[in-house]
Design a protein around this ligand. Sequence first.
Ligand SMILES: [Mg+2]
Length: 189
Amino acid sequence: MKVAVDIDGVLLDIIIEYCKIFNKRYGTHYQKKDVTSWDFFKEWNIDEETAFRIFFEIYANSSNVPFIDSDAPDILKKLNKSHEVSIVSARLPEYQNEIVKKLRDHNILHKVHYKEVILLHHYPSDIKLRENFDIYIDDNPNLAESIKNLKGRTLLLYDQPWNQHSICENNVIRVYNWKDIALKFKELE
Ligand SMILES: [Mg+2]
């Protein structure tokens, strides 16, 4: 099967670093648990451009972004042996080198853990579905909505505070960590 593995919210806890930068800049006290929607910045009273500027800063230098789950590298390696794993992210293509380096720092290696990195624009928010994958591992609640109408494709929705409203049924399955992902794959294979 062709598998698309997301980066932010699935491998990297980018929002932790995001909150740190945001709080420092605007004197707030937000934490990851306060990010309860995909468009959280609207509730935080900043416009989208300002909100994304912080994401772009982190894309350019991700060294402080924590890794989500230490089980991920081993599980990813096994998945890539029996499937075709791509890392698919809405980070912009100009940040390709930075993300490959960051993944390597966390022992996620090209050809060992994944076949290729595919970077797409973040609009529309379900753009990843234009690429032909059988299984998506992603935290994006917009994907959960759109994939419901697509036969033969499955989303493992990585549990995060911003996707708690997503209803997981049929081809949308909620997963809580990478061990859970490995278990769900056994059922799907
Ligand atoms: Mg993500």
